[in-house]
Design a protein around this ligand. Sequence first.
Ligand SMILES: CC(=O)SCCNC(=O)CCNC(=O)[C@H](O)C(C)(C)COP(=O)(O)OP(=O)(O)OC[C@H]1O[C@@H](n2cnc3c(N)ncnc32)[C@H](O)[C@@H]1OP(=O)(O)O
Ligand SMILES: Nc1ncnc2c1ncn2[C@@H]1O[C@H](COP(=O)(O)OP(=O)(O)OP(=O)(O)O)[C@@H](O)[C@H]1O
Length: 759
Amino acid sequence: MDLARSLRAEARRSNERRVLVLAGDADRTRDRAAAALDAAEIPREETTVIGPDGFLDCERHEQSRASELLGRTRSAVVLDCRDELRPNALGTAVGAVDGGGLLVLLTPLLAEWPERCDSFDGTIAVPPFGVEDVTGHFRRRLVETLRAHRGIAIVSVDESGDAVEKRGLTDPPPRRPTQPPAPPEDAAFRPETYDACLTDDQVTAVRAFERLREAGNAVVVEADRGRGKSSAAGLAAANLALDGRDVLVTAPQYRSAAEVFARATALFETCDITFEGDREDAPHELRVAGDDSGSIGGRIRFAKPAAAVELPGDPDAVVVDEAAALPVRRLESLLDAPAVAFTTTVHGYEGAGRGFSVRFRDRLAESDRAVTDVTMTTPIRYADADPVEAWAFRALLLDARPPVDQLVADATPETVRYRRLTSADLLADEHLLREVFGLLVLAHYRTEPADLARLLDAPNLSVRALTASDRQSDGGHVVAVALLAREGSLDAETRATMYEGGRIRGNMVPDVLTTQLRDEDAGVPVGQRVLRIATHAAVRSRGFGSYLLDEVRAEFDDEVDWLGVGYGATPELVRFWRRNGFGTVHLSTSRNDTSGEYSAVMLDPRSKDGRALAERHAEWFLARVGAVLSDALADCDPDVVRAALRAVDGAPSLDLSDWEWRLVAGVPGGAAILDTDPAPFRALAVRHLVAPDDPDALADREERLLVRKVLQAQSWDGVTAELDFVSRRQCMRALGGTVERLTRLYGEEWVQEELDRYT
Ligand SMILES: CC(=O)SCCNC(=O)CCNC(=O)[C@H](O)C(C)(C)COP(=O)(O)OP(=O)(O)OC[C@H]1O[C@@H](n2cnc3c(N)ncnc32)[C@H](O)[C@@H]1OP(=O)(O)O
Ligand SMILES: Nc1ncnc2c1ncn2[C@@H]1O[C@H](COP(=O)(O)OP(=O)(O)OP(=O)(O)O)[C@@H](O)[C@H]1O
């Protein structure tokens, strides 16, 4: 195992990582892995095996638990792919290897690997498809990248002995002694802060954080994983605390923010500051004592996002670490802090989180905050030129981007081409694949390496795109893309399993309609669900999204019973889908974990069976929505409710009894009150918001009032404040006026006369 020794020596010399692929039968590759680690002199305590069993005396996790390694560093990670290759585990394994370390991959013989069905394939075989329908494109592409990229050694081990296919040595120049970054001259924080920075990027980030000293500022630090952004935030937080400020730190888990506290602690120690940490009654809190070193005595404390959004104890500044992993509405609440910093990982090995940029960027720009942006590029844990990072980014497409703006800027719906892109098309044209995947990443909060494998291999998925050609390229650049999932057409047994609450992979629309909405036949018709759709940011609102959907509809018109979609509902998106012919059949009753939004399910029926399905679910939705809004959906954004109701295909009946009409007609004049029986008011509100006889009868604020007070049963005081009424009385009067207008619109003549008795 001289090769392993040489790889490791080279890795250490250059502070880069190296990959050793051991391909062959399971037992032999494991033996060789043990020998390689010994030859490379990597101790077992610095090694982790990710795989089915512990053949080395070291830390081990199943591939499904590879996330245990997130945010940690190891000298060696051995990924055992004998039973399966989970792309997410591969990403996490690479990400955990330190500069100077080795990633060891144990694989079947590379020539056989792509065709060898494994248990990950089983997870992407969505009924009615079987595992035999899953292709091996992802693994084939992976093998090609292993062969093509620098820094990767490949050794085949079989009964005839070891054969080195590729040595993977790059003979890098020795690591240059790194110049410590120069401390800035007009720095606002203590000089030791800048001395503690490891890269110029980190100094720049800390300088941006200086703005947190003043209220009204928001700082955004974007970087790929391991660029030192949490550490920069920690150095800044320490200084703010030394100035007597109260800094609240939040992140999805404490683990991801631990680095903030580690750097702050280290700086306090360097500066000889007296501080208290992690008291029993205040874990995850550093409290600084005022002393003669000039420290006034503030604190840095951690709170989980759910608690942090309440801004407990009115902090002076908030640091949101890993902001991309938090729902937008939580990020928005945190903007209420006097000063706030967001750090976000753009390209993590475990996947890309675009939630931050997809939906939060616009809100931040609209806010009254002065926003300072910083990007950090230089990696901290390994050299800038690390070939293993370059390989992993390419193999897992972690850095895929849409085409640059200029390439699509002139596109119009008349000049683009609708294309059905097969996996073969995508594999044959790396640019196309990168553009498609890069655009799809933008349409979603979280894209993981496994999503690339699904895109390339899952039998139920297909890609459709609009491309604009430019003079240089024949292929054209991607302007808009849709990822479609075929759903439904399920046999009776599968449908029964679903109905009884069993889990069936994929098939989101049939699943919701069958399991939650108790319709065992919902899985009979076949549909195409738009899993993701995105238009290039440079050309949005020019009709491309709608044109792409038109083309998809035309293509599948004869093949499917419905087109469908389920997504985190915002008012704009609901309107987009409505304008494209989709009707609401469901609003989820709990918020999506990642987006923090309620999901809407909408259908565009294409056949008689599809129409029957859509009609009966629209009808059930209308029958139940009043009750759901006053309970599970009581905090849903009223504009989402308005848009979702307006997007229902159907006319709710308004079948009030005479008694109910008399109650309604008594409210505007003050003779009766709504609380006596909210039901008829709800029926009136639903009738108007779904299918208004006069769409202009109410102003936006009056419609919101109807939603908040009548449908969602919010308190008068809450509604008065939210909708900016000067007093509760004025709010009540506005509701009376709204009820009067609706009564005039929908009440029979005798009801109008009843109304006239009081007004
Ligand atoms: C299943 C899913 O994937 S849902 C998620 C959809 N994708 C995303 O949110 C990714 C980011 N957004 C986008 O890529 C685009 O905005 C799309 C795909 C939603 C729409 O594509 P476009 O090419 O702009 O569509 P098109 O021009 O036909 O229609 C634009 C309309 O969409 C609506 N719209 C949808 N989302 C937004 C938004 N975030 N901001 C503003 N308008 C929006 C507007 O009503 C707009 O109409 P307007 O131009 O008159 O204001
Ligand atoms: N100034 C510093 N001094 C000492 N160690 C540092 C410093 N900056 C970064 N590091 C180390 O480098 C690694 C990456 O830093 P950090 O966690 O801050 O980066 P990050 O960009 O937030 O990465 P991640 O996205 O992985 O959390 C950590 O192990 C951290 O301890």
